[in-house]
Design a binder for this molecule. Sequence first.
Ligand SMILES: [Zn+2]
Length: 339
Amino acid sequence: MRQVVMHGPGNVQVEQRQDPKIIEPTDAIIRLSATCICGSDLWPYRGAEPVDHQVMGHEYVGVVEQIGDDVHTVEVGDFVVGSFWASDNTCEICRAGYQAYCVHRVLMGTIGTQAERARVPLADGTLVATPGMPDPSLIPSLMAASDVLGTGWFAAVAAEAGPGKTVAVVGDGAVGLLGVLAAKQLGAERIIAVSRHADRQALAREFGATDIVEERGDAGVARVKDLTDGLGAHSVIEAVGTQEAMMQAIRSTRPGGHVGFVGVSHDVAIPGDELFMAGVHLHGGPAPVRRFLPELVQLIWDRKIDPGKVFDLTLPLDRAAEGYRAMDERTAVKVLLTV
Ligand SMILES: [Zn+2]
């Protein structure tokens, strides 16, 4: 099969590799219908994380081709969506809704889903089957559910977005934009998107943003305060992972408010005295996407949400390198790879 391998920073190649096999009886093999490139794949691409001949990709939708002897909830031929952590969905941590920390978790990025086929461990716990074979027009949205929608949704839940709340979203990548969509679905009254790109602002508005702030850092904080009677937002989503974005998120939150942070943290250090004085709740980290998948798949199936709009470039798997380049140069928000 063909699979994307990052040889080193900036060097992405599509190679011929061995087809995956069932290793554990709880495994399934899926044939991918689509895969995509994640904002987090850019960290090694840019040399900000070590990378050496690494298989890439952790988002996936596709059709089950083979199941191990101990797989019971999905069948060969099912169309399935899974998250970037394979999880048993039965341990105490999973049952509490934190499948990203499952005691048996396996990181799908170590298997690599930018490929024609993938082995999915813990298939019963990890995979959610759609009600039937999806119309091709639904595939981008189902693909989004695998990570960026689930992550944006978790951020909105962690930030306690809901009726009567003003939600600010720091970050206008796919996760931030889908954090806007999630906040809207959760009933937020007002949603402030932080973005300086016209096309991303337009999508944010389409997803439910009521206000746009273009400023970053402390100027962005001041704008959010201006819009909230000097108090700050009730709920703030941080979807970048840098020091500036994290501090912007904390400082944009009113005392007693909640920050949901899901940008993969890189060299973020929160000053203890400022955290102490802020009086805000912080919750985030790798999103337990699996918790939300059944609900998200149904919303997509019923065409109540269209998160697939975050994909603004579609390329065949063979042109993955071009997709990485487009996301690195920010000419694309998110790239869908057809398999
Ligand atoms: Zn578990």
